[in-house]
Design a protein around this ligand. Structure first.
Ligand SMILES: [Zn+2]
Length: 466
């Protein structure tokens, strides 16, 4: 939309004159409207009030001349009743407008066509405000959000409104994912996609991890408080591609990687998905979202994870040909654990650790297993590590993986877990139901994946719940 510059100029002149007069007047009476911050905030408040009135006038003006009858969704007929006022809460605050109202059908429904046209629900927030509230809700705890929002919006919104809009955004994301799941199980869709796949990434990465969420429902008024708390796994999946990091932008860790003959890589085009659910069910989401990024069609699919059994079971089940890599840092950590447990003397511990770490780096996993087994009799950690390395032996051929230029660290999904779970779901005072935790996490994952606008568009097009 192009805005008319002349109209804006003339409105701006009026606004400037209004503040000029106010400043002069208040100067005379020695009251404060003198700092730039006071003037800025004052202007924002005036603009907000203008917006509030303008939006109401606009909506009322879009009301066409009422017809005497309209068709009802039930097949019957509704009759024009009267012009009826309504209120919605917009980005400017409460907006009042008038629109024609129809009722009188045998099905007892009533309807305002203007509300339908603009996706308005009287008494509720508009889609524009909903997007901002949910954005606060995925970043701040629900009880902190109103404070931040009041500073930005200049009016008050309740904690419950922020919570419900955030959860609704997550529910929309869940709906989108369910659509993908249905599609990905439909043979006709899969075949059509194979003929016209769109962009197929030449080398795609997938990575999975999980983080614990504390489920402790908030006690509700009049209900027996649920006192038990419970820890549930939030599983997180990330699809991504990688690119080399230019020398000047390398972190100290990446500079070290380069010294060790490993290319410094960073993730791009990240797509995060998450859920609290059993591995089998999560697998459907892995497959479905994989179809949406053409994971199954990519000539080179690389999976990274820690040693968790459920991860590799799903990868093998859905992507039998994928290259499987155990995160280098997890593997290295296991060796450190063994060294700490098996050697008390530093002069023995350090050379042992250096030797096995080098063997692991060179993909000599058999040597690593032997070194652990040699300590297994007297050291539980060594015995467990031997099993861990044996179970994951082909996923630790780091010499080959490095030669192929693969990323060997699963930091991308771990950072996703941190951003989705730790930085939001574990905020102080956070109390979650399973559904609330899932929806908030899904909304946050959508934001981190650049899928937010899609959700906002969907929120605008929501059918009315009346
Ligand atoms: Zn009807």
């Amino acid at each position: 939309m192009n805005y008319n510059t002349e109209t804006i100029n003339s409105a701006a002149q009026q606004l400037a004159a209004m503040f000029q007069a106010a400043v002069i007047e208040q100067h005379n009476t020695d009251q404060g409207m003198s700092t730039i911050a006071q003037i800025e905030t004052g202007m924002r408040e005036v603009l907000r009030q203008i917006g509030m009135q303008a939006l109401g006038l606009f909506l009322s003006s879009m009301q066409a001349t009422p017809t005497s009858e309209i068709a009802c969704t039930c097949g019957g007929t509704m009759k024009y009743q009267r012009m009826r006022p309504a209120t919605v809460i917009s980005v400017f605050g409460k907006v009042r407008y008038e629109r024609s109202y129809y009722a009188g059908c045998s099905c007892k429904q009533g309807k305002a066509p203007l509300d339908e046209r603009f996706g308005l629900e009287p008494g509720a927030v508009t889609a524009g405000l909903a997007a901002l509230l949910a954005l606060a809700g995925i970043e701040f705890s629900f009880d902190e959000s109103p404070k931040w929002l009041a500073a930005y919006l200049l009016f008050d919104v309740s904690e419950n409104t922020v919570r419900s809009e955030t959860e609704q955004m997550g529910a929309l994301q869940a709906e989108q994912e369910q659509t993908l799941v249905k599609q990905s199980q439909d043979e006709a869709y899969l075949q059509a996609r194979q003929r016209h796949p769109g962009r197929v990434p030449p080398r795609l990465y997938g990575s999975m991890d999980a983080a614990k969420v504390r489920i402790e429902p908030r006690p509700r008024k009049g209900k027996v408080p649920e006192t038990h708390e419970d820890w549930r796994d939030m599983k997180v999946l990330c699809w991504y591609e990688v690119e080399p990091v230019p020398p000047a932008q390398r972190s100290s860790r990446q500079r070290k990687q380069v010294e060790r003959e490993q290319v410094a890589l960073r993730a791009k085009n990240m797509r995060y998905f998450c859920d609290i659910t059993e591995a089998d069910n999560f697998g459907k989401l892995v497959w479905a979202t994989g179809c949406s990024v053409n994971a199954d069609l990519s000539p080179e699919l690389v999976f990274l994870g820690d040693g968790a059994v459920w991860i590799w079971k799903l990868v093998t089940q859905y992507y039998a040909n994928a290259i499987q890599i155990v995160d280098w840092y997890h593997a290295e950590e296991h060796l450190e654990g063994v060294a700490m447990a098996a050697f008390t003397v530093l002069s023995k511990r350090t050379p042992w650790l250096e030797e096995v770490t080098l063997a692991l780096w060179d993909g000599q996993v058999e040597d690593v297993i032997m070194a652990c087994k040699a300590l297994a009799q007297s050291c539980t950690q060594a015995r467990q590590a031997a099993t861990y390395f044996t179970n994951n032996i082909e996923r630790m051929r780091y010499d080959r993986f490095r030669a192929a230029g693969y990323m060997i660290g699963s930091g991308t999904v771990e950072s996703g877990c941190k951003q989705i779970v730790t930085q939001r779901l574990k905020l102080p005072g956070a109390q979650w139901t399973v559904a609330g935790a899932i929806q908030t996490a899904k909304a946050r994952a959508a934001w981190l994946s650049g899928l937010w606008q899609t959700l906002c568009n969907q929120r605008s097009a929501l059918p009315l719940a009346i």
